[in-house]
Write a protein that binds this ligand. Structure first.
Ligand SMILES: *Cc1c(COP(=O)(O)O)cnc(C)c1O
Length: 370
């Protein structure tokens, strides 16, 4: 029915003239790796997004998580509590430092780590907890910080989907010992690839700077064993342009979400809890009646990009699949019922109406047939 109407993509990464000019300017300057653009990006990101915390730029969000764990001394024999309802990178970072992720269930409303479920899996080897601010909604940091305090655990926030999200007016990334952001093209802002670590601990920040650069501050005076996880100045220059746009883009995402909230009928819309500023990396609905896949197929037929984050929970992926693991019922239920609809700043008012009309019509048909 909508063969001639334009498709609404699930994501639309921006690479505009300003990003291209910034990249060319850096390429012409000849200073291309971890130079002045990276330093400026760290400074500006710190000021604008995390209340002036120390910021350390790296080459990806996964590297940001991995280096945060390493800098905290987490490794072999240690366990880290991680939600299974996340991108595999959350757990991969734990395994990559030699530690073991222990999966805990989620809150069915926010889709973030359930603090009670996290408490239940803490054991003698547990040294840290990794809340994920999934879809741009802050995890329940009040209760997670109390829990971590009681058990003397480090907190590493996975803020890869939550640039600019707030809880009680405080930015995500400022609650833990360290926090990781991603600049992958589909995130709320990007740098082609890239990541940022935020921390209030200046010693930890110094260790992170060493770890990302072969353990060197002074060239060839290596102090510790490190990796090469440097950000290029081309990426940083693009990231700075995007950072300047982020407040406007966040407002657009929030306004788009509000419009969808008001138009959608028979699906569960995302709920932002008390004191939460949700930044809608994804606008994720819960589809009742087992109709998720049928709804997704019908929307795609109508040119509406939609996606399932995540179809398989991490604890069921091959590297992590342990039949003896306790069940994670809310995680499994979410994987079967969630569907993310386009909410990015490139979606216009008319497209939002088209999306909502399509969802409402298809759901009415599916429910009538059932
Ligand atoms: C994107 C993402 C990551 C990894 O970031 P990359 O930059 O792709 O390495 C980690 N965790 C979550 C929740 C993410 O969405």
């Amino acid at each position: 029915m909508s063969g001639s109407a334009p498709a609404v993509p699930a994501a639309r990464p921006v690479i505009g003239e300003a990003e291209i000019e910034a990249a060319v300017r850096v390429l012409r300057s000849g200073r291309v790796v971890q130079g002045p653009e990276v330093a400026a990006f760290e400074e500006e990101f710190g000021e604008q997004l995390v209340d002036g915390l120390h910021c350390v730029a790296v080459n990806s969000g996964t590297s940001a998580l991995q280096l945060s764990l390493m800098a905290l001394g987490i490794g072999r024999g240690d366990e880290v509590v991680v939600p299974s309802f996340s991108f595999a990178a959350s757990a991969n970072a734990v395994r990559l430092v030699g530690a073991e992720p222990v999966f805990a269930d989620i809150d069915p409303v926010t889709y973030c780590l359930d603090p009670s479920a996290a408490a239940a899996v803490i054991g003698p080897r547990t040294v840290a907890v990794m809340p994920v601010h999934l879809y741009g909604h802050p995890a329940d940091m009040d209760r997670i910080m109390k829990l971590a305090g009681r058990h003397n655990l480090a907190i590493v926030e996975d803020a890869c989907q939550a640039h600019g999200a707030l809880l009680h007016g405080r930015p995500v990334g400022g609650f833990g010992s360290a926090a990781a952001f991603s600049f992958y093209p589909t995130k709320n802002m990007h740098a082609l690839e890239g990541g940022m670590i935020a921390t209030d601990d200046s010693e930890l920040a110094r260790t992170l700077r060493l770890l990302r650069n072969q353990g060197m501050e002074e060239r060839y005076a290596n102090e510790i064993v490190g990796a090469n996880m440097r950000m290029t100045d081309v990426a940083a220059a693009i990231g700075r342009v995007q950072l300047g746009q982020l407040p406007e883009w966040t407002e657009r995402r929030r306004a788009n979400a509000k419009t969808l909230d008001s138009l959608l009928e028979s699906v569960g819309t995302p709920q932002a809890g008390d004191g939460v500023q949700h930044v809608y990396h994804q606008y994720t609905v819960r589809v009742p009646g087992g109709h998720r896949d049928a709804l997704a197929d019908a929307l795609r037929e109508r040119g509406i990009g939609c996606a399932v984050y995540y179809p398989t929970p991490i604890h069921r992926l091959r590297p992590y699949n342990d039949p003896a693991r306790p069940p994670l019922p809310e995680t499994d239920r979410a994987c079967e019922a969630v569907l993310s609809l386009p909410v990015h700043p490139g979606v216009g008012e008319g497209e939002l109406r088209r999306i909502a009309e399509a969802v409402n019509e298809v759901m009415a048909d599916l429910e009538a047939d059932a």
